[in-house]
Write a protein that binds this ligand. Sequence first.
Ligand code: GDP
Ligand code: GDP
Length: 455
Amino acid sequence: AAEEGFDLEEVADDLAAAGHGPLPVLAVVGRPNVGKSTLVNRIIGRREAVVEDRPGVTRDRVSYEANWNGRRFKIVDTGGWEQDVLGIDASVAAQAEFAIEAADAVVFVVDATVGATDTDEAVVKLLRRAGKPVVLAANKVDGPSGEADAATLWNLGLGEPFPVSSLHGRGTGDLLDAIMEALPEAPEMTFGGTVGGPRRIALIGRPNVGKSSLLNKVANEDRVVVNELAGTTRDPVDELIELGGVTWKFIDTAGIRRRVHLAEGADYYASLRTAAALEKAEVAVILIDASETLAEQDTRIISMAVEAGRAVVVAYNKWDMLDEERRYYLEREIERELVQVQWAPRVNVSARTGRHMEKLVPAIETALAGWETRVPTGRLNAFLGELVAAHPHPIRGGKQPRILFGTQAGTRPPRFVLFASGFLEAGYRRFIERRLREEFGFEGTPIQVSVRVRE
Ligand code: GDP
Ligand code: GDP
């Protein structure tokens, strides 16, 4: 089909990207200005990552997909996170903590022209405790004369320092080879598909919505003792809990239970935890405080879950606090406010009284089923054919773009590629997406529709 002008390589990439489990995660950690962001940009090969210089918790997006010699992985850039609010040491400690909880391997970046500082030494201690593989990058070695500086970093006790110049690319190939050795082929959680290990749930929501209360409620009687599940490796931050006769893995429960309360840093930790938990989860249960109005932070957390491509359940908590009148108005508010996730199953619960807790598992199962739905190509094209015949794309400049055929490129979440004879307007694409949902369900899952235009 190459002569028809499709970008086959792009399509192949799409198909390759689809249907895989989560990728191994690499975290890049280090003091401010050592060159973390420059290194991340070098590795992902574009300028997308870092260039925004906004202080504070402004970057929800923390991970980027990268590829080295055909092996795909996720790279998490912790540069620029909230340094002003927390102070350097706390900020770097938080990065290390993130790395410990969310990453499969860590690149620790040190500025070789400065040498190891006390802060660096402190991070080394944290990393050691984590027990995850660490690769030491001695950055800013722009030429051979810097090699000696790099060698002094053997003293950190992290093994061989890799001298690199993130700015010019020097030595980054060797560094990446070492990283590939440190990263597992597939992360530990890959086995949590439909067969094998437990499904992974992230409880997310802004501070005080009731995450730890809900966790305690569900874990109450039914916490699974680890040893009972033979052959299950388990992160100490995760908890296995039996609900509705099925064992689930609740991700990053330590982060929920720890309840970090820094006067100014709380939001920051919350974002960090949310990003980390989403990275590892299959389904996100987003908690919203029904007794308060929807906050911007709620909306942001919802966006994070959708953009991460996770199955979503919305749980309105503290339902016990509402009187009849408030319930009535809330139902209407919700319809207006949750447009982003209209497709998500919703449960109105109370972690305090236990109200409707039994509805949680069916909602999670529904969302996961939507997330894994695969529409056979024949059925999809029959549907598209009828749809396009009944509702053709509007004529623009004397031309009428037609959808030629479509295919589902992947699941978890469902991803579609439509091949068209011309550019499809955003409104028409949204229309198609809406009709896809009407026809095939996809309850509880974001779906992605991309269009390939034939030249
Ligand atoms: P981050 O705060 O750790 O993310 O550091 P940045 O990536 O923002 O880099 C801090 C500064 O160091 C910037 O001015 C970079 O251009 C510079 N820098 C980064 N890597 C190198 C390098 O390999 N060599 C030199 N000479 N400068 C670098
Ligand atoms: P987290 O920060 O999201 O983990 O929230 P917590 O679980 O610590 O809850 C914050 C506060 O809300 C605590 O005082 C809880 O007792 C209270 N809370 C949590 N769930 C409920 C609920 O369903 N009903 C009521 N009335 N209070 C709740």
